[in-house]
Design a protein around this ligand. Structure first.
Ligand code: C2E
Ligand code: CA
Ligand code: CA
Ligand code: CA
Length: 277
């Protein structure tokens, strides 16, 4: 009946409001958290597949909410991106990771700290100016950092993305394509873009159950040989066990990252376990 329908509509509206309110609360909390620096960068080590030697770390953000606890990035990066708060937050991430790179990469040849960038952050009008400012104020060598981008950046505007990446490369900063294999046009972008590294998405590694003759193994081997043909470094992420590492070693994958090596660690933990040892 009509009244029943209206009731359903009101219920729907009420739940929409609840969701919108929830978002607004999170947005406000995020805004305050940026001012009060409630964030912390964790660092996950990366090692050469061939000999296990340390070759860098990926910076991964954590939000420690007073009274609530640790919020994983997937719970707030999307909202930060939609509201534009990723711009101030991204500056903090970049600055903090550059200062850390100075401590760890200075004097350690080939060691780089990888930093994740959201499309909105990169496409901001002043991104290159912000980057230059952070480079000069922190005194980090451009070769000590690497910027991880995703295909979604490229899908916004290929020409603009290509131009931006060229400017980044010209400064001597490495660029990595993250989550490779999950998008739609990975191959064509790969040919176009000035990138030095591709990271095989962890879903491909997770799917590999240990049979080297399986399709899942073939996917991984194909991506690795693609990198070899194009002359770019291949990093496998989400490596959780010995047989996944063994496959990567057998096909000549360069670098791996994952719980099998180590989980993301606080800067202090990373320092103790990987730098001072
Ligand atoms: P991502 O860039 O693909 O980062 C890798 C994610 O895999 C991290 O999740 C990491 O903790 C997790 N991981 C590492 N090893 C393993 C493993 O062996 N098994 C499994 N199952 N997972 C593993 P995390 O830290 O929760 O980050 C999730 C996503 O949030 C990141 O995915 C990235 O897209 C985004 N993110 C994290 N930090 C930042 C940041 O500083 N800026 C931006 N823009 N995005 C960030
Ligand atoms: Ca990443
Ligand atoms: Ca990834
Ligand atoms: Ca991701």
């Amino acid at each position: 009946s009509k009244s029943k329908g209206r009731g359903t509509f009101h219920y729907f509206e009420a739940s929409m409001n609840a969701a919108a309110q929830q978002r607004l609360l999170l947005e406000n909390a995020l805004r305050m958290a940026i001012e009060q620096e409630e964030f912390q960068l964790y660092y996950q080590p990366k090692a050469f597949c061939a000999d296990g030697g340390l070759c860098g770390a990926e910076a991964l953000i954590r939000w420690r909410r007073p009274g609530i606890g640790m919020m994983p990035p997937d719970a707030f990066i999307g909202i930060a991106e939609e509201t534009g708060l990723i711009v101030p937050l991204g500056k903090w991430i970049l600055k903090t990771a550059c200062l850390q790179a100075k401590v760890w990469a200075g004097g350690r040849a080939g060691f780089r700290v990888a930093i994740n960038l959201s499309p909105r952050q990169l496409l901001a009008e002043d991104f290159i100016a912000v980057l230059d400012d952070i480079l000069s104020r922190t005194g980090v060598e451009p070769g000590w950092i690497e910027l991880e981008i995703t295909e979604s950046l490229v899908m916004h505007d290929v020409d603009k993305a290509t131009d931006l990446l060229r400017q980044i490369r010209r400064r001597g900063i490495h660029v990595a394509m993250d989550d490779f294999g999950t998008g739609y046009s990975s191959l064509s972008y790969l040919k176009l873009l000035p990138i030095q590294t591709l990271k095989i998405d962890r879903s491909f590694i997770k799917a590999y159950a240990g049979d080297p003759a399986s399709n899942e193994a073939a996917f991984i081997k194909t991506i690795v040989s693609l990198g070899q043909i194009l002359g770019i470094t291949v990093v496998a992420e989400g490596v959780e066990n010995q047989f996944q590492l063994a496959l990567l070693q057998s096909c000549g994958c360069h670098v791996y990252q994952g719980y099998y090596l180590a989980p993301p660690l606080s800067a202090d933990e990373f320092q103790c376990a990987w730098i001072d040892r």
